[in-house]
Structure formats: C-alpha cells, structure tokens
Design a protein around this ligand. Sequence first.
Ligand SMILES: Nc1ncnc2c1ncn2[C@@H]1O[C@H](COP(=O)(O)OP(=O)(O)OP(=O)(O)O)[C@@H](O)[C@H]1O
Ligand SMILES: [Mg+2]
Length: 459
Amino acid sequence: MREKNILVIDDDRIILDSLCEFLSLEGFQTNGAETLKGAMAELEKQSYSLVITDVNLPDGDGLELLNTIKKEHPQTVAIVITGYGTIESAVKAIKQGAYDYLTKPIADDELRLTVERAIKQQSLMSENLSLRLQLEQKYRLENILSQNYEMARMFARVEAVADSTVTILMTGPSGTGKSMLARAIHHRSSRRNKPFVEVSCGALPETLLESELFGHVKGAFTGAVKNKEGKFLAANGGTIFLDEIANASPALQVKLLRILEDRQFEPVGSNKTKTVDTRIITASNRNLAEEVKQGRFREDLYHRINVVTIDLPPLSERVSDVRLLAEHFLRMYCRHHNKVKLGITVEALKYLERYSWPGNIRELENVIERAVLLSEGKYIEPEDLTNPIRKQTEKKIDGPMSLKEAAAEMEESFIRQALEANHWNRQETAEALQINRTTLFKKMKRYGLYTEAERLGLT
Ligand SMILES: Nc1ncnc2c1ncn2[C@@H]1O[C@H](COP(=O)(O)OP(=O)(O)OP(=O)(O)O)[C@@H](O)[C@H]1O
Ligand SMILES: [Mg+2]
C-alpha cells in the first residue's frame, strides 16, 4: 500500500465505484463521496494527497471544493472530471487551482498517467512546504534560547526592528549566535520569502570580494569570462548578511557606504549604475569603534551600519544559559543521531557551567554532539566531555574557589530558597531576607533568577 491517499467525488455511483476500485488496485488508499457536503466532511476528517472531483454535484459545484482545498488544504492536489465536450469548465477549474482535468469517459491509461503526475506534484509541494517549515522552525526567535537578562533585551530589540529596513550591526565573539540571529531577523520580516544571502568579508581577497558582492562584467579582469550578477542583486528584495565587516578594504568601504546611502552601485568594470532593495545586516567579532579609532575603518560607514546594535555577550557571561542550551542540543542531537539519552548528570553540568567557553555556543554545541555520539550510558557524564573542559574545571571544582565565587554561590542558593519558601513573592522574600525590594530585584537579575521566574510565570 502506498502512503498517498485519494478522495474521489462523483454522484454517479457506478463511476465512483469503478474509479475507487481502479485506484485501490494501483495501490492508493481510496475513499469516495457522492456529494459536495460529503466531500467537505471527508476532508475535515483526514488530509488527502489528491482529490479527484466531478464538476457537477447534486448539492453544488466541484469548483467550490477547489476553493476550500486551496485555502484550507494547501498540500492537497486536485484533479477535476468534466463531461465530454465541456472544455470551458475544465479551463475554469485550472484557473481556480486544479492541477489537471480528466474528461468522461475516463480511459484507464489516462487516469493512471494523470494521477501519477499529480501525486508527483503533491510530493514536491509537501516537500517544499516541510523544508520551509523546518527553516522557519529553526530560525524562529523562540528557538534561540536564553534566559539571560541581557539577551532578553536584545531579543526585544530584534523584535522591534525585524520588520523594517533599518541596518543592524551585530557584535560579539565568535560562536555567540550572530549568524543565527541575522537569519532569524530575516525570517521575522516581510522579506522572508525572498533570499537571505550571507557573505563573509574575511573569506575572500579584496578584488574577488568586490566582484562577489557587486558582480562584474565580462572582461573586467583576467578570468572574468562572462558577466556575474553579484550577491547584492541576488539578495534583491531580501536580506544580505555581511559577516566580518571589519575586513572590508578601504575601497570596499567606500562602495558599501554608497550602497547604504542610496542603494546604488556599479558592477566591477561597468559604469552602469544598479539599484537594489536589499536589507543589510552586518556583523563583526572585532570591536568596530576601536577599528575606527585606529583608522582602519571609516567613521562615516561605522555610523551608517551602526543604527541598531545587537551585542551578544559571550557564553561565560550567561552561565544560566549553559544548562538550557546543553539540554536543547542534547535533545537535538539525540534526534539527529537516533540516540536515547535521559539527560546530563549534575556532575557533568557542573563542569559545563564552570568552563570558560572560548568558542561560546558553537563550542558547547560541538561538545554535546560529541558526547551524544560517544557516551555509552543513559546520561551524559563528565567522562563524555572533552579534555579541556575537564582539565580547566577540575582545577576549579577541586581547587579552592575564590571567596567571592563561594559567597556568590551561597547567596544565589540562599535567595532561591527564600523565594521558593515565599512562593516567589518579592515583597515577602525581601522582608524575610531583611533587604529592600530593589536590592532583591538586582540580585535576582544578576543570578538569572528573575528570568527564571518570568519563564515560570511567577512575576
Ligand atoms: N541562543 C541560541 N540558542 C540556540 N542555539 C544557538 C544560540 N546561539 C547560537 N546557537 C547555535 O550556535 C552555533 C553558533 O552560532 P552562530 O554561527 O550564529 O555564531 P556566530 O556568532 O555567527 O559565530 P562567528 O562569529 O564565528 O560567525 C550555531 O549552530 C547556532 O545555531
Ligand atoms: Mg557567523
């Protein structure tokens, strides 16, 4: 039995039965309906790959059904059956979104061919849709996890500017999520159905980068054997993400400034000006203000790209995210590699939370993927972690903790206990701890307790 199913609608019982029988023999799961109402009810019950419907039904018009399918079941493909010589209704049906039509009397070969083609089309459609959904899923802001206060502020900022053309500069060390957030912004804007193009300004030598971005005309330089479009045009209507912008050469900086000011540029070797409507997001893991001070980056360009800044803190400054992200990656890679792990042991978590994470979230992601692949037990244990983590942290765990660290750890757990004892009521907790509410609030924020409370709906 194939996994594709077909709904056939015809008020002529004999035709209906013979169609259903034929399609069942072809291996499809087949259901029949004799009326428009019956068909609608059937579509509510389950989703169909294909609907084959007569145009004239006793209680309405098969074309009406096409409308419903288009609106409510976009993954279903429709074929209409028309009477001999009524080509007009077939044309109308196609215009209304039917994939194809069959004329009565229906020959077996024709039916087989038409159905095969329609099913192929349907597979493509549902594949596209699920790919798109997957992408949207991945880049939904909700999937960019954090319970850090700074990050929450950044998310709010992203939310506010996503659907505008404002230029955004993302800063933060490598692996903190700049690229991911750039994509999320694109997917959150009305440009989401247009291209998102990412170019790393550090990956190519100066001249190649220029033609990569702006294109070139044939003969512009040796090796330019034909015209090339360039990424800015490729991203027309969409978003271009220029990573490692600090690496742009002085000449390129001038070109970028112009494109930011009036959206215009000329391809390399051409004097024909082009105009594009491309939203620009840039990123840098170097401090651009410093680059400006050192005279390596144009100040006017800096101000142009720095309209809205999103500064992503290193993972070591959002320790409360380590566990959240580690568990997220654990679920993700278990699914991906078809493994079953119940969690991360308390001991292993301690290691993860104390490590300095020079590679930030990317490093954490790699560490967890590796652990998922290598660990043999049901839980991720310290042995499953990489050497640097164990070495660096063992010192910290076994060696003396600084007084400040120890005090902070005690303070955090003390406050948490008080909050829990007072049902997270801040007034009562503050009274119990004999501090004022503002102080409590500040401490809660410092230890990530405030965002935790928010998450639990306790604020
Ligand atoms: N908050 C987050 N929640 C979930 N996954 C995240 C988060 N931040 C980053 N990641 C994941 O971490 C990895 C690294 O992120 P990303 O590539 O966006 O970093 P980056 O800042 O662009 O790094 P680089 O400067 O090296 O280009 C990616 O796989 C991304 O999906
Ligand atoms: Mg990146």
